[in-house]
Ligand binder design. Structure first.
Ligand code: HAM
Length: 423
């Protein structure tokens, strides 16, 4: 027999047991974004490969090793988006969204990176991201961080830590890079193979190296904070002050460099220790040069993206999501007239009670087997319609989640019952 086809490694099905938690998360996050005036943008999953090369950077892990790139039937090189910022910028330039206007945008969807799969790291994963264009001051940086804090409040997540850093302007970073390369070159013998390679291609990423043997060397390295110009320093100080005023602990991490090349000045991450190695649930920063680099007019920009799988894992770890979206009632029906009339009764209840989640039993079977299904559905109540009940214009109501007798309610009283007992 042929072997069953399986999902691609690192790509997961979202099964119905888990989807209510995703919907809960997406709903809460969307509410918060609405409240700050962010509007949704949807861009294609496929883009020209060139877009990611020019934005994320040629010598980043993503572009060097992780992209799903292929030639289409016309011979064009296309790539499944590894992140959402590049597509947003491309769309904004192409559609003139950045001309003399501020844009506050958000997006969600699948992203693709050919990484080594492990807990919290997948090859198809989902992000919800926000981007703001046309605002250069530290106020929008602060807004971005406050939005993310509000997400955690809205989701009931705690224990997340904010880390912030500044990467300075391009010129400041270039100067700093020279100093860093000089320092690291003087200690070449302490660099591992990957870092020796990065010394030539992307030295800043060495600060992010995970090799514990290199920690003392990295800890003693010059920091970018010491090489900031006055304007960058003021920008960063204003953010730290704003965070302080808003009661957000501002942990400055001078080693936070991010894995994408487009950042300038502010970068930040929200991290947790509860998810093992993949503890960053939200990350972003300012990327003032990118719009121009991709052919648009100079436009200041800042944004972040959250990893939905990681946030869902965190919610699960906190025990959230039990019984979300369970039906309020499951309608158990005797064969014959109750079956036909029951469908109509169920329709009437759905008309009368917006938000009522009611499953009508389909497929017949004994009361016993229907009750089993009612129980398994997670419904709070079984609603029972037999010949006898139908004849008297009543329905049986049996609580399924607590010990209680079945009682009878006239059809006309069902609306009142659900409104008072269930909502
Ligand atoms: P990023 O740090 O590459 O930034 O990804 C953002 C978040 O996506 C990560 O913090 C993590 O939660 C999640 N994530 C990334 N890779 C994976 C994976 N393989 N499996 C599961 N989750 C993952 C960006 O993508 C930037 N576009 C963020 C941004 C927006 N910066 C400015 N605007």
């Amino acid at each position: 027999m042929a072997k069953n086809i399986q999902a691609i490694r690192g790509m997961r099905d979202l099964l119905p047991d888990e989807s209510p938690l995703w919907q809960f998360l997406e709903g809460r996050v969307k509410d918060v974004l609405d409240r700050y005036g962010y509007r949704e943008i949807r861009t294609p999953i496929l883009e020209m490969t060139e877009l990611f090369r020019r934005s994320i950077g040629e010598v980043t892990d993503i572009v060097e090793k992780e992209m799903y790139t292929f030639q289409d039937r016309n011979g064009d090189s296309l790539t499944l988006r590894p992140e959402g910022t590049a597509g947003c910028v491309r769309a904004g330039i192409e559609k003139g969204l950045f001309h003399n206007q501020v844009q506050r945008l958000w997006y969600r969807g699948g992203m693709f990176r050919h990484e080594r799969p492990q807990k919290g790291r997948y090859r198809q994963f989902h992000q919800i991201g926000a981007e703001a264009y046309g605002l250069a001051g530290p106020d929008i940086d602060l807004e971005m961080i406050l939005i993310s804090r509000r997400f955690w409040q809205a989701l009931g997540l705690d224990g997340l830590e904010l880390q912030v850093n500044t990467l300075g302007t391009v010129a400041e970073r270039a100067l700093y890079q020279e100093r860093l390369v000089a320092y690291l070159s003087a200690h070449r013998e302490q660099l591992d193979e990957e870092s020796l390679r990065r010394l030539e291609t992307n030295p800043l990423r060495i600060l992010d190296a995970k090799n514990p043997a290199m920690k003392p060397l990295i800890d003693a390295a010059p920091t970018l904070l010491e090489h900031l110009g006055e304007a960058s320093r003021q920008h960063f100080d204003a953010i730290c002050q704003g965070l302080d005023d808003a009661g957000v602990a501002c942990n400055v991490n001078p080693r936070l460099v991010r894995g994408l090349d487009y950042y300038s000045r502010t970068v930040f991450e929200w991290v947790t220790t509860r998810l093992g190695a993949q503890g960053t649930v939200c990350a972003g920063g300012r990327y003032d040069g990118l719009v121009e680099q991709l052919g648009g007019r100079p436009t200041p920009a800042i944004g972040f993206a959250m990893g939905v799988e990681r946030l869902v894992a965190l919610l699960q770890e906190q025990g959230a999501g039990q019984g979300l979206n369970n039906p309020h009632a499951y309608l158990v029906l005797a064969a014959g007239a109750p079956q036909q009339q029951g469908m109509l009764l169920a329709e009437r209840l759905r008309d009368e009670i917006p938000g009522l989640r009611l499953i009508s039993h389909c497929g017949g079977g004994s009361f016993k087997s229907q009750f089993k299904k009612a129980d398994r559905s997670g419904a709070a109540y079984a609603l029972v319609l037999g010949e006898d009940e139908l004849a008297r214009g009543v329905a049986g109501i049996k609580p399924l989640r607590e010990q209680a007798e079945q009682r009878e309610i006239p059809f006309d009283g069902l609306k009142g019952f659900f409104l008072s007992e269930v909502f």
